[in-house]
Design a protein around this ligand. Structure first.
Ligand code: HEM
Length: 478
């Protein structure tokens, strides 16, 4: 009997390997060659190598090893159960960003679609594209200027509650509190910390479960993420319903937050978003902006602790702005425009520690790239590190040098923390504001030192210091 089961198992493995072989090694119709590279183990491909370089803190190793071995332009691999090609460097970025919906389209691992089902249930791909086009209306600089004072107020409250009168703090968890509190206020006018907390727990279950193994079984992180996403979406729908009636009765202001703005804005055909669409858009913004911006804030604190000269430059700029304000006057758009050096520093931080490592696309047709054939259906990946840490693009790539961003800055498609093309991060300007407001309060209030001088960095999937970056605070004398 045992022999029977062993034979069955061998047969199964053989069949799986053969089917994978035929799927992965399918020659394109014209007999042209696929990009060089290897597809790794059956089923899991090179996913483990891909993830483990991140766990060890140097995700770029996965790419640079293969670029050196196979091709610096494009190489073949297999990730997350899919045959894939990695497009490298500025040319690879440019190609993927500028061929959106022509040769490629956005692709997410199946877990993401299961956690966010409604965008595919309530709207067709066409509808979803239309809705995606509306996002910049709410998040462009002109629309966000009115929220800068509000951001300043939340930052003041955040620093008073989390940083002031403390000897030591854990920066990563505080950064998450800051970005989440800010988002709750700016998106849906939730400001009371208790109400924010009500969302925070399910939200962190969602954020941590969304990219886990998609096993939907009671108790798995993935199952908890689905439940949390349903809970948050329901709560958001209730808030949206209430707001709609408050706006109609004049009890709410059309400019009080992004939710009011969304409810009162129609597309070019005069069509308004329905409640589920708005709930999904807001949930997407909360997810898109949470771990990314808090990772950026955390690494800013880390680099400023390590580089006193850079700290001094940021401090000088921010103190000048603080001195130019009347007592109690909030930060405004003009102040933000003066924070040029601080933003160059933030950009250099995101070059060295990009919050998002890259993203997937899917080939929607067979096409050629750099002499290699890319079959329809393959998953394609752009990687920020493949240009950010390339010495031909950024000389001495591991040196912290904010002057790289002076003048016209890096060449197009080389510095891509926010992606590019039609799918470029719609929250880029919002992120710039929240990061600069954070830096303003941070440096005008404190100097600090790292408690663990050589704390390990983990990238899973965002970069963070393993122990959350504990720092000892030294407040400036008033
Ligand atoms: C430092 C902070 C941030 C970084 C580095 C970042 C980075 C990115 C990148 C690289 C993409 C594009 C992925 C692709 O090519 O497919 C993206 C997409 C996105 N980001 Fe951000 N992001 C940040 C902050 C934010 C914020 C604050 C928000 C919300 C206010 C946001 C909302 C989104 C959304 C909704 C998408 C998906 C857009 C789509 O469906 O096309 N992000 N982000």
């Amino acid at each position: 009997m045992e022999v029977f089961y062993v034979s069955l198992l061998c047969l199964f493995i053989l069949l799986v390997s053969l089917s994978l072989h035929f799927t992965f090694y399918k020659k394109p119709t014209s007999g042209k060659t696929l990009p060089p590279g290897k597809t790794g183990w059956p089923v899991i491909g090179e996913s483990l190598e891909f993830m483990s370089t991140g766990w060890k803190g140097h995700p770029e190793k996965f790419f640079f090893d293969r670029m050196a071995k196979y091709s610096s332009h494009v190489f073949k691999t297999s990730l997350f159960l899919e045959p894939a090609a990695v497009f490298c460097g500025a040319a690879g970025n440019k190609f993927l960003f500028s061929n959106e919906n022509k040769l490629v389209q956005v692709w997410f691992p199946s877990s993401v679609n299961k956690v966010f089902p409604s965008s595919t249930q309530t709207s067709s791909r066409e509808e979803a594209t239309k809705m995606r086009k509306m996002l910049p209306n709410f998040l462009k600089a002109e629309a966000l200027q009115r929220y800068i004072g509000m951001m300043d107020q939340i930052a003041q409250k955040h620093f008073a509650a989390g940083w002031e009168n403390k000897d030591e703090v854990n920066v990563f968890s505080l950064s998450k509190n800051y970005t989440f509190w800010l988002a709750c206020r700016v998106f849906v006018s939730i400001e009371d910390p208790h109400q924010v907390d009500k969302f925070a727990d399910p939200f962190s279950l969602l954020a941590s479960g969304i990219l886990t193994v998609p096993i939907d079984f009671p108790g798995t992180p993935f199952n908890r993420a689905i439940k949390a996403s349903n809970f948050i979406r329901k709560e958001l729908q209730a808030i949206i319903k209430q707001r709609r009636s408050d706006l109609a009765e004049g009890k709410a202001s059309p400019t009080q937050d992004i939710l009011s703005h969304m409810l009162l804005t129609s597309d070019e055909n005069g069509k308004f978003m329905n409640e589920l669409d708005i709930a999904d858009k807001i949930l997407g913004l909360l997810i898109g902006g949470h771990d990314t911006a808090s990772s950026a804030c955390t690494f800013i604190v880390k680099y400023l602790a390590e580089l006193p000269q850079i700290y001094d430059g940021v401090y000088k700029e921010q103190v000048e702005i603080a001195k130019s304000k009347a007592p109690g006057e909030l930060l405004n758009w003009d102040d933000i425009q003066k924070m040029k050096y601080s933003w160059n520093v933030a950009c250099e931080v995101m070059r060295l520690a990009p919050p998002l490592q890259g993203a997937f696309r899917e080939a929607i047709t067979d096409f050629m790239y750099n002499g290699f054939s890319i079959p329809k259906g393959w998953k394609l990946y752009w990687s920020a590190n493949s240009s950010h840490k390339n010495p031909e693009i950024f000389p001495e790539p591991y040196k912290f040098d904010p002057s790289r961003f002076e003048g016209s800055g890096p060449a197009p498609y080389t510095f891509v923390p926010f992606g590019g093309g039609p799918r470029m991060c719609p929250g880029k300007e919002y992120a710039r504001l929240e990061i600069l407001v954070f830096m303003h309060h941070l440096v005008t209030k404190f100097k600090w030192e790292k408690v663990i001088p050589d704390e390990k960095i983990v990238v899973n999937p965002m970069p963070y210091p393993e122990k959350g970056l504990p720092v000892r605070l030294h407040p400036h004398k008033a």
